[in-house]
Write a protein that binds this ligand. Sequence first.
Ligand code: MF3
Ligand code: CO
Length: 249
Amino acid sequence: MIILKSQDEIKRLADACRIVAEVLEGIKQGVAPGVKTIELDKYAESFIISRGARPAFKGYRGYPASVCTSVNEQVVHGIPSLVRLKDGDIVSLDIGVYYKGFYGDAALTLPVGKGVSAQAERLIRATEEALNRGIEKALPGNRLSDVSSAIQQCAEEEGFSVVRNFVGHGIGRELHEEPQIPNFGRPGQGPELRDGMTLAIEPMVNAGGWEVAVLDDGWTAVTKDGSLSAHFEHTIAITGDGNVILTKQ
Ligand code: MF3
Ligand code: CO
């Protein structure tokens, strides 16, 4: 069942989402060659706690950190560590916050330093564009897979592929609510989108094939062919005549 939210509930969800946007903005400034991903995690965790919120991922099914830091061929759920970012890497940062009863969730991918390849830059741009094209289709009266299909088309037009194994999701009083939101598929399928639905849309796009594998740590998803991967996510609310992006500052 897809849980519709009232205006008041969306306001509270927006408060959680604002904290997510602020953490991402802050953590962005800290991304540079030589920085350890665990330092980014520490920064995010203290920021979230200082705002009276709780990191939503820490302890979720045993996940050990507040942020997912996925470097290069890592797709999602990379665990922050003592490994230092290098010039030319790309890093995806995914953050979830729980605040006063509601969750916010967002992600972005950044180049590290100045030495990022043209292909990596193109992958990052295409993934963000795919998210935006999906959000443009997240309108009342449209069907859920109109979003999925727009994302897939955008990524594939650029010669990239969308990950199948992980999906976006409804969000609210739970981090993961119905519906699941695949990043591929034919348009015109699935539930009709309605005023009051709150969704976390999150394309993961690979430079090579879409297949992924999970490392022995039980979390880190990597591309099977070792190609680069990017990830962007926003939490949005469907309104009477469009949508609002809640994790945008
Ligand atoms: N944005 C991801 C999701 O919504 C991040 C979850 S990481 C986890 O599923 F550690 F919490 F699993
Ligand atoms: Co999510």
